[in-house]
Design a protein around this ligand. Sequence first.
Ligand code: NAD
Length: 341
Amino acid sequence: SSGQNTITATLFPGDGIGPEIANSVKEVFRQAQVPIQWEEHYIGNTVDPRTGSFVTYESMESVRRNGIGLKGPMTTPIGKGHKSLNLALRKELGLYANVRPCLSIPGHKTRYDNVDLVTIRENTEGEYSGLEHQVVRGVVESLKIITRQASSRVAEYAFHYAEVHGRKRVSAIHKANIMKKTDGLFLQCCREVAENYPNIVYEEVIIDNCCMMLVKNPALFDVLVMPNLYGDIISDLCAGLIGGLGLTPSGNIGDNGLALMEAVHGTAPDIAGKNMANPTALLLSSVMMLKHLGLNDQAESIHKAILKTIEEGKYLTGDIGGSAGTSVLGQHFLDYLGIPR
Ligand code: NAD
């Protein structure tokens, strides 16, 4: 990596198991000589009035300035008068798309061996607009907002992602046969964007049929793009296809190419501080981060080291059937990076 400029990235180790798995990532990056310098931020223990949440203004500024970040899991503080952490991050950083690559990991046996798909979820509107009210007693109404601007933006990201990652097909998931106007507009936007990507096959799949196809044969899909609610559900379904929480990375894409990657799982309070957590999901999230930055060689070698370590199966954490500690699994990723220890 000599001669490469160092890139500064924001790191939120988070809490619970967060700091332990973030240590694994830092160690792998250090040993692999990845040209990333971390700017570490922790969540405050009071509400910052400038963000309306426990995320400080300085942390937000750090991500905005660097345009790239990695986030460990964070405990959701309970109580009134503040925004949830995820909502605050999403609003402040304009995180409009959530991306989850779901790839079968050889050696980790699940019902399917051949999953290799990516879900891309619109993350700002749709059924999550928060516009609900009572019309008259016994009748409530919830407004699903679909805009051309947000739909085109997420569709553009999906096709861009497919192109950059050498993917062949984008499927728009919808229920436009029933929701003719809202999902209809979403599809219309996807079609328009698809015209600019003649090398990528575009198809439209109704959500119920999509679910059936996914559980029968996930290999039928490549990149899936969808409105908020469908994305929420389908992305969890897909994480389940590859074996669950400890192995699933994700990314949040925001304005001006900003990206904040994070593991899908939470703070795992039951095993926190016990050196039992699986660092794989956060490490795979950091691989997504490297790919986003165009550091493809480093991304590939770390990704391969993860896959080989898990396939070998000698040093696995409890959640994937082994008895090794976080630090031992983290150390063994280094074996396959070809770095003497
Ligand atoms: P969780 O994901 O923390 O834990 C669910 C189960 O999965 C637990 O048994 C846990 O031990 C296990 N698990 C999760 N990640 C693991 C890993 N890397 N290695 C091994 N085992 C792992 O979900 P939860 O218990 O519902 O939530 C706990 C806390 O995390 C809550 O405060 C919640 O709000 C927060 N949370 C945060 C995020 C985030 O920051 N993105 C996401 C989900 C939950």
